[in-house]
Design a protein around this ligand. Sequence first.
Ligand code: AP5
Ligand code: MG
Length: 207
Amino acid sequence: MNVIFLGPPGAGKGSVAAVIKERFSLLHFSTGDILRAEIKAATPLGLAAKSFIDSGKLVPDDVIIGMVEAKLAENKGGILFDGFPRTVAQAEALAKIAKIDAVIELDVPEDVIVARICSRRICSECGAVYNTAYYDKANCEKCGGKLYIRDDDNETTVRERYSVYVKNTAPLSDYYKAKGLLKSICGTDSIEGVADLVTAVLNEAKA
Ligand code: AP5
Ligand code: MG
């Protein structure tokens, strides 16, 4: 089964994906996580992407599509796409490489998003995602790694990312609705609560 998570920055795509990938044995494929790993490794792709990410803009479609095709060339199992596609051009490229079974849109208001993003912390070792609203320590409770703040996690950049989402990515709701694949879910419950709603949708899609 191949699934797409749509949703603005801070909607909970990564947090809910961490639960759902275990429940459905899916590969969690986050283009944002891949790009940040490329930046950390100072690869040509990472260097090309950094200024777009830091300013809250989208990395150009040709760069993203080439990266996705290369990363998925050897993959055989089901995939949970997080943060891809983000434009109609990316959705059309994806249609050529994978059959999509369900598209889940996490619906969260802008003010909740800004609050979540400004208090997010990430483990520099294992990538676990936290929020100071429920975990306000300096180190990861799973592996002890130091927690850090993403360079694009500040109010100015998150508001820019939100407006880029509304302009470039929100049109994908209609794109996938027309294909009968879209299911919108309220993303303001707890992470476990949202994951349970997603689980019900995916069980139906599988049946
Ligand atoms: P990406 O890394 O994909 O960032 P994003 O879409 O802005 O989403 P986030 O990762 O910020 O949020 P999330 O929805 O995963 O929320 P999370 O679970 O962490 O992309 C970054 C950049 O890379 C883009 O701006 C762009 O430049 C570039 N890029 C990536 N893909 C691209 C593409 N396809 N095309 C072009 N450019 C691309 O949760 C957030 C916080 O909220 C956490 O602290 C979490 O603990 C908390 N939280 C989550 N859910 C809940 C809940 N239910 N209740 C309470 N707190 C919650
Ligand atoms: Mg994420």
